[in-house]
Design a protein. Structure first.
Length: 601
């Protein structure tokens, strides 16, 4: 049972109580932020995917059903009621298609088949039926910037220069000399051209050598992709998350990389000459013919070009997620994900999310996420995973995700407050990005211990450790040898324990999704940042017609006082509070990592 001190609230609302009625004296006299203004703007057009709460599942790490140590679709089926209990309504599944798993499924060898590790198409059909029966929409991952080198198309293409599939990929014949430099995210030498001796030509691969880039300039290839998309839509899926879709169009003359992109070649790869023509064609020929949603993984997309992808008038895609938030606190321009020393700047964090909200304030639609399969665990990266603060900070981060405008993307395991496993040895890693970066550094005599130290905070495998279901061996994830080590904190950090604890991160997450579903102001309401210069507290309002809410997030491990701006009148009990009580007076007394969502008069 929540308890909070109504008296000061009532008094405050009436403007009777000049100071906190609590014994607590604020640590630092709160600077009175400028009076809040009431933003006005028309509400965006309602759409199911704008009201979605997306829960991303990395199937490989979710639930194993046959003891081979790898998550699978039947395991997922056994967890449908748990997923439903979260109060989410849309599920994004990372790739489940045929793949040799060079990049854990992002190297597809069979776009219309199910990966053997994950089960069969009958399993998928049963999973889809089970999701829909529970009112859960299903979004698959569309990985069409590249295929696997084990896809039949590439096998044919590399067999002969005259193969009808040759132009499904990008080739540079050796007689033209060395191709112009292109960097690869995952190649040990960062070289995005691989020499194929049989036809004496190089092929392009922005990612690993086993992920040759598809040639979207070839209309036949595009029609193959659209047919494949229709195949999945006709099976009844509800949308696609589109992997590095901004990269699909290339200038096939392959001009030298302009110097301004050195170090930031991901931005050069995005927004190629025909990308919008192809996305309009995809929308016209496929997306617009189904009640679907589409979300671009906005690699390389900046605020300046985001609306080119999601302005509804352009009839391309519905929404986009950016990477600027993920780069806060990283050493710029490095692909080793090195963290700058010390804590990240909350001021920078607030600026990034405020600026991106403004991009979609009038048209288009954004997303908000703090973690996914390419990122470390949000509680470690953005919260505080020390035992004293882990739960409070995990709840605060979920509060941020579920009270910002834009579709929230929550990541499987973050509803528990799972944390980074922080491997000490390179032999514990499985991710091609980490392994090949390590190999590259080793070959060039780089600082491997500094690299391993950095990976403890930022490596992708931190977000891929198996789901922690209970305290039984292997966290209930598998009866076999898990494909990736499980975080040993599963003994106390697991879904079973949290399900029984009303104050757990899990049950807070459930309350937070319910609050978002209940209050459309948290979906469509105008966002207005308060107290922008405060480097400890992130506060903002949401306004939709007469309904207003105040969100106050103490992003620090210290108690803080925060003055409610003049003009804002608290209007009753908190909709959300990650502590048992709540103290208000002339200022709010915030506990470490306290999150409050308060209705306003
Ligand atoms: O990610 C593309 C991407 O931009 C990130 O991989 C990022 O560049 C990378 O983590 C380097 O920091 C998508 C998928 O989400 C990712 O899992 C795949 O590995 C990648 O594309 C290739 O398909």
């Amino acid at each position: 049972m929540k308890k909070f001190l109504l008296l000061p609230l009532v008094a405050l609302t009436l403007g009777l109580l000049p100071v906190s009625s609590q014994a607590q004296t604020p640590r630092t006299a709160p600077s009175r932020p400028a009076a809040a203004t009431r933003p006005t703007a028309a509400a965006p057009r309602p759409e199911w995917w704008k009201e979605a709460i997306v829960y991303q599942i990395y199937p490989r790490s979710y639930q194993d059903s046959n003891g081979d140590g790898v998550g699978d679709l039947r395991g997922l089926i056994s967890r449908l009621d748990y997923i439903k209990s979260l109060g989410v309504n849309t599920i994004w599944l990372n790739p489940i298609y045929g793949s040799p798993n060079d990049d854990n499924g992002y190297d597809i060898s069979d776009y219309r088949g199910i990966m053997k590790d994950f089960g069969t198409m009958a399993d998928f059909d049963e999973l889809l039926k089970g999701m829909h029966a529970r009112g859960l929409k299903v979004v698959l991952d569309l990985v069409v910037n590249h295929s696997s080198d084990e896809h039949e198309w590439f096998k044919q293409a590399r067999s002969s220069r005259t193969s009808p599939y040759r132009d499904y990929y990008h080739w540079w014949p050796a007689e033209k000399g060395t191709p112009p430099k292109r960097e690869s995210f995952f190649d040990v030498k960062k070289d995005a051209w691989a020499f194929d001796s049989l036809t004496k030509a190089y092929y392009l691969h922005y990612f690993s050598r086993k992920q040759p880039d598809l040639n979207w300039e070839n209309p036949k290839l595009r029609q193959e992709i659209y047919a494949m998309m229709r195949y999945w839509f006709d099976k009844g899926i509800d949308g696609f998350r589109m992997d590095v879709i901004p990269f699909i169009s290339k200038d096939t003359a392959f001009p030298p990389l302009p110097a301004k992109y050195n170090g930031d070649w991901g931005r050069f790869y995005a927004n190629g000459p025909h990308v919008h023509e192809y996305l309009r064609e995809m929308n016209e020929q496929v997306l617009s013919r189904y009640p679907s949603m589409s979300v671009a993984e906005g690699a390389g997309v900046t605020k300046a070009d985001a609306l080119d992808y999601v302005d509804p008038a352009r009839r391309e895609l519905d929404m986009l997620y950016h990477f600027e938030g993920m780069d806060v606190g990283l050493v710029p321009g490095n692909s080793y994900r090195l963290r700058a020393p010390g804590p990240y700047s909350l001021l920078e964090f607030k600026q990034v999310y405020t600026k991106w909200d403004r991009i979609f304030a009038q048209k288009g639609w954004g997303t908000v996420y703090l973690g996914n399969h390419d990122q470390p665990r949000m509680t470690t990266r953005w919260g505080d995973d020390r035992p004293a603060f882990r739960a409070a900070s995990a709840k605060l981060l979920s509060t941020f995700l579920l009270t910002m405008r834009g579709t929230p993307y929550t990541y499987g395991g973050d509803e528990l407050g799972m944390t980074n496993i922080k491997f000490d040895k390179i032999t514990d890693y499985r991710d091609i990005e980490t392994l090949n970066n390590y190999r590259g550094l080793q070959a060039s005599g780089g600082d491997l211990s500094k690299f391993i130290e950095a990976q403890k905070t930022t490596a992708r495998d931190n977000g891929r450790t198996p789901m922690q279901w209970d305290a039984t061996p292997n966290a209930g994830f598998t009866t076999g040898q898990p494909w990736l080590r499980i975080n040993p904190n599963y003994a106390e950090l697991n879904a079973a324990a949290e399900d029984k604890d009303p104050a757990s991160v899990l049950n807070y997450f459930r309350r937070a999704t319910a609050v978002r579903r209940q209050h459309k102001v948290l979906v469509y309401g105008q966002y207005a940042l308060l107290d922008a210069a405060n480097s400890h507290v992130y506060a903002y309002t949401r306004t939709l017609g007469r309904e207003r809410a105040l969100v106050v997030l103490n992003f620090t491990a210290e108690a803080r006082s925060w003055a409610v701006p003049t003009g804002l009148k608290l209007g009753g009990a908190p909709w959300l509070n990650n502590y048992a009580d709540f103290q208000a007076g002339a200022a709010l007394s915030l506990k470490p990592w306290q999150a409050l969502v308060l209705p306003l008069k």
